[in-house]
Ligand binder design. Sequence first.
Ligand code: SF4
Length: 713
Amino acid sequence: MEGSQWIPTVCYQCKGECAIIARVENGVLKEVRGNPKARGKACVKGMAGVSLEYSPDRLRYPLKRVGKRGEGRFERISWDEAMSIMEKKLRDLRDRGDAHKLTANFFPHSITDPKWRFLNAYGGFINTALPHCDSAKIVGFIRTMGGVPNHHIPPAWFTVPKGGIMILSGRRPFGGLEDAAVPRDILEARERGAKLVVLDPMFTPEAAKADWWIPIRPSGDTAFFLGMIHHLIMNDLHDADFVKKWVRDGDFEKLKRYIADKTPEKMGEICDVPAETIKKLAEACAAAPSVGVDSFKGVMLGNAMDFAHAWTIFLCITGNIDNPGGQPLPDLIPLSPVSPGPAGPDLHELGWHRTGPDRDKFAKYSFIMEPTWYEAQAIKNGGLKILITAESNPALTEMGQNEWQKAVCMTDEKGEYMLELLVSFEIMMSETARYADLVLPDKSYFERWELLYMPWWYNFGHGLALRQPVVEAPGECRHSNIVMIELGKKLFPEYFQFEDDIAYYDIQLKGLGLSVKRLQEIGGLWSPGTLGFRKYQKTGGFGTPSKKLHLYWEDLEAPPWNQALPRPDLAQEYTDNAKSYPFFLVSYRIIYHSGAGQWTHNNPQLRDRVSGFYENPLMINSRVAGEMGLADGDRVTIESPGGSIQVRLKLTEGIRPDCLGLAHGFGSTIGRVATVGEGVASNILIPDSGSTLEWQDVVGGESHVSTRVSIVK
Ligand code: SF4
């Protein structure tokens, strides 16, 4: 890598995975920008990837725990020793007939990820980092529209026509990015005459740019949408032709009966929005050429399953499915199979979350569960014996972190750890790695190969992108994919007959007339060039059994849901303890620390006092603070039924009086920069997480915004 050159690759400072170009001079990474041949944008976090790459905290050698779990005492070992420890433990577990007691906690960048293959071959399971906020919505979309897990496909904002309506419901694409190009797309759509509507308890950067900000009560989103659905149906403002043609017979009639008493007035009381506002937006949507709704992350409103249901019903009855400006559906391009392929567990039988242990109990849940919660439960139940984490930090960044920490340290009557092996692949020491038996130095996203195929994702939806090494990795770093391929070759060679990751990707690319080399030659990006609208017309319908849209979810008729159409009520946690804990805690994301946990925490560019985000003060409405005798900068204790933390106050007009806002993802305890910066972890406040989450399990794992809190000076 002599001289200076720009090399196309893919960012991974967050899960948006934007196409970027990296400037490399004499083998040193100097600069990152958005790839002009793709969507052309990189955010502040993406550009700060240079600091991450050269962090003094990078792990360089495999480490083995020598103290107790959590003590953080390790010794350097060789890769050979690390591999043989893993191989032996994995063989033992499988030979005992307990292969399903292996779980991997990682964010699968793509279905091309070889770690999937390993887990399928072994019979283990995956916990992804997805569940916090969108799993119920993923499953909701599958129920209504069928097909592959759509994951989160936001509206293609660049296709919104003049007069189209863009609704961001608890979604903060400007401040909690998953695609650096989305803010531009939304603002350009506005410039050509589309309207932006923001439902959010806080006055966010999106609200500042919106035509209409509706400061909704947290968790009121389902009621808000049901109020609009009532108004549309009762006034014949819905798209009757679309409904007649594409909604399953009988579903609309059931919905009409159900919605009859969900008036905007009643729903307005639940979501604390005037009925006139609900009606006005419903009428505007009925008259608009398109309506797109995005939720998913950002402020993460509660009752996810019900909201997913109300959201999809709204899109269906307004005909905004797979149209310009509406809800896109994925357009899959076929990758070639790598034969023979391991079958993997049956998702329908075992639950969407691929739960191994406790399957009788957990399989009834219809969406992916909170990984930290699930892992803590499974360890305690003796159902999780080997846990492998990669680029995830359940000991800090997910609710239930305390229970997780306790669970991984639990011992049986012989004094042995109930979790027999904990392996952490990371690029720098993390809270999770500190508990691990083996800490394995991973390659950063600037040092490794990956074929990214994400038909449901933002940037290269409908295409492929190549992540390629732009610089050498330090020390003895190895990419986790290579490690899992090597283990696969030892444990079940029949499924790992290819040489390495590149050979694996080449097989997958073959049917498209591509290879890794060819992809490299053409700039690392490939797309069939079609976004495609109303594909269901050409394919004879949707992916549901009836080929029509399913508004009525009969599989939820049975307990514990007892509800085949969406409930409008607030999450139960909002009404419990309301007197003792008068505020709703809004746990929100910010661009500096969204999506990459330790990597962004420990990045000097992102924790800078002036240009970065140094701490996470508690946002409180100025009037309310005044009434309570609190001033800007005061230190207060936030208490919830689950715990308490101390934090500094920040007064603002931009939050509902009944809410407190706390940026999520802070509280790191490891790393040279992370420990210098201030900040607190909001997870500690989440009640019950890691022990019981019965109601949240039913409505969709959204405890982050179902937390009632109080504050005292
Ligand atoms: S949005 Fe995420 S993937 Fe895109 S440039 Fe920013 S950090 Fe990187």
